[in-house]
Design a protein around this ligand. Sequence first.
Ligand code: ADP
Ligand code: MG
Length: 390
Amino acid sequence: MTTTDTTRTGPADALAGAFAGLFGRHPDGVWQAPGRVNLIGEHTDYNEGLVLPFAINRSTTVAVAARDDRTVRLASGFPDAEPAEFDLDTFTPDQAAGWSAYPAGVAWELERAGVTVPGFDLFVSSDVPVGAGLSSSAALECAVALALSDLTGAGLGRAELADIGRRAENNVVGAPTGIMDQSASMLGTKDCAVYLDCRDLSSRPVPLGLEEAGLLCLVIDTKVSHAHASGGYAERRASCVRGARAMGVGTLRDLGAADLPSAERILDEKTFRRVRHIVTENARVARTAELLGTLGPLAIGELLDASHRSMRDDFEISCPELNLAVDAARTNGAIGARMTGGGFGGSAIALVPVNDADRARSAVLAGFAARGLPAPDVFAVLPAEGARRL
Ligand code: ADP
Ligand code: MG
């Protein structure tokens, strides 16, 4: 099983070349931000809870050059991403269409935060699969946010830039996501996960120790598409707000295991299950971080499994393809597996001993083939460094 090289000198030159071909001059710089896998802690971020994602060795790279005027020109290597152009002085969020809403949103939110952004030309290229639950959106936002912060000398901190990315996604793209994805992309460090408390936004790196334990993290991209901006995600979010209100607390972070019996009496059956997922998931995140610090990653398999069951049965954000991926990996060598990301499709992750990786991968592919489902992508990811200038 191979993993992608994390050194990126070559791609930076290639991207600068593509930029020059398109805009007829050299970029001022090239910036890169990774996608992420969430090890554990799903839908907890917008409940002021705990998350434990890590940045991966798949990333989005932007070549950017400032302009003398207030024009922004955007282009992407993605075949279906049309070039876009707008003026910073007249831009409003309702003008942003398609993919350009992400970089335009970052520029707009930086200006709202008091940073004067010059016009700029930008070309983007990425090897983060889109819509796979690995947060190609946050990778794009963070690469652009870091580039514009550097170019303007704004000197914003990484946590602030993560929040600029989130605001761009919430206010300009129109997806009601939390702060997890952008935090992982901005704050990730090599071989570590980011333990993030979404209440006070404090964070610390947690060494994963995968290599030392002889483990690989496999991603199984089911290719089933999810729709964050509407539907399930927003509905779950609303249910969490309802549950907290009915329980008389500000957010579900204020509830612990001891509150679940009264929650079961007070809430309707479905809302109770939504609440139980968040409460137990926060505890699993804390326990996972603790175990990683003591016994190492071989000890966290059961927590990943329990997280998946909770998302499948209580929060109901899984789907048959994700359950199949998790079950096939789990019965063929994985020590733990769960769906990752917002749900309703996207990817699952499995922690697999290196020697079992091929067996687990083949079993997943065979399982999908046997049900006549399109083949998923199965690949290993490494915990990598967060956003940076190349
Ligand atoms: P995910 O974040 O799970 O990959 P999203 O639906 O949140 O899925 O974000 C995917 C969207 O982000 C794409 O549809 C596209 O609009 C935009 N995007 C991400 N990467 C790129 C890129 N390299 N070029 C153009 N658009 C991109
Ligand atoms: Mg996204």
